[in-house]
Design a protein around this ligand. Structure first.
Ligand code: AQP
Length: 330
């Protein structure tokens, strides 16, 4: 059996990067795999969160999953903190994770850099909890954006360390699935930085709930370069490459054909068309998110069902894991 696990932090401002890099790719997987889509609230508190905002953002993320096409009848949609086995397994796995492995994680270096004074042990051990999120369900496939590739490799290493220590192939080694034409959507203000929820400038990202007017304004103001005509050159024209990737990921049109269409024109007509394409694509998602958010009781009932499905798997697996380790299961 193949099982998919993935998640997004409920830190607000779900953006085009989260959508194209992750959630959009989850939808088709529901037809082929057993899917669990988690809202990783334990990860969110590795930087300080306002309790009211966290509650709202958790429901907003559930609404976004559904609005993007995740069907709660097919997939479990649930919040991580409600399934205690994630934290329990994270502790167990932390005892087999060498510090040297964690010291190599670039996300910690970037985030500790950004929030140096607030960085905590949880931010450092974040990838161990992420490994537990995956392994507690013995997930075989994990669809993520490019930025999570290193953490996924670590999860495989940790699974291997457990299997070696207990001399059995208990955990499958989870496969990263990095799919689509926009596996790393970059900031609209700086083509060398990834689009991020926590970036201060709202103009750096397109949020799933932005209005068509705001999307048009953000794309019009997106950083470009002085070269005439459009060409795809990630190294020398990162901002243009990012916008072409977004165009391609949404329309399915090949990059070559996009650049050929705008080779003679400047950025302006390309940006105008791109704004229209993005707005049209996001409009139904945005209106569905708003509709769902107006019904928190419905969202809570979806999460409750998801938690039940997830718990049933996690509690059976943690019993086996404890038995393998030698903990008495009274
Ligand atoms: N810019 C991106 N391009 C492609 N994929 C992306 N993802 C995030 N940003 C991009 C993918 O979205 C999923 C969920 O990410 P997350 O919520 O765990 O947070 P993150 O990766 O830390 O994203 P942010 O926006 O940068 O959040 P903050 O600012 O709160 O830390 C993952 O699959 C990720 O790959």
């Amino acid at each position: 059996m193949t099982r998919v696990l993935s998640g997004v932090q409920p830190t607000g401002n779900l953006h085009l990067g989260n959508y194209l890099g992750a959630i959009k790719n989850w939808v088709a997987m529901q037809e082929i795999h057993d899917c669990l889509y988690c809202i990783v609230d334990l990860h969110a508190i590795t930087v300080p969160q306002n309790p009211g905002h966290l509650r709202n953002a958790t429901r907003e993320t559930a609404a976004a999953y559904i609005a993007c096409g995740i069907d709660p009848k097919k997939s479990a949609i649930f919040h991580q903190s409600a399934v205690a086995e994630h934290s329990e397994l994270a502790w167990i796995l932390s005892t087999m994770t060498p510090l040297g492995w964690l010291n190599r994680m670039t996300q910690f270096k970037e985030k500790a850099g950004k929030h140096k004074d607030n960085s905590c042990l949880g931010l450092y051990s974040y990838p161990v909890l992420m490994a537990a999120d995956i392994l507690i369900y013995k997930a075989t496939h994990v669809p993520v954006g490019e930025d999570q590739k290193q953490h996924l490799e670590l999860a495989r290493d940790i699974a291997g360390a457990f299997n070696r220590q207990y001399n059995q192939e208990y955990f499958p080694l989870p496969e990263p699935l990095i799919l689509g034409d926009a596996t790393r959507v970059m900031s609209l203000r700086d083509g060398t930085k990834k689009m991020s929820k926590s970036e201060e400038s709202d103009n750096s990202r397109i949020n799933l709930t932005d209005s068509p007017e705001l999307i048009a304004k953000k794309i019009r103001k997106a950083k470009s370069d002085a070269e005439m005509g459009l060409s795809y050159d990630e190294k020398n024209r990162p901002e243009a490459a990012n916008l072409i990737n977004i165009y391609s990921a949404i329309t399915g049109e090949k990059k070559k054909s996009i650049t050929a269409k705008y080779a003679e024109s400047g950025f302006a007509p390309f940006k105008r068309d791109l704004a229209e394409i993005v707005s049209e694509h996001l409009a139904p998602i945005s209106s569905e998110i708003n509709k769902l958010q107006a019904d928190p009781a419905y969202l809570d009932s979806i999460l409750k069902d998801g938690v039940e499905k997830a718990r049933a798997i996690a509690s059976a697996n943690i019993k086996e894991i404890k038995d393998i380790i030698g903990f008495l299961t009274a």
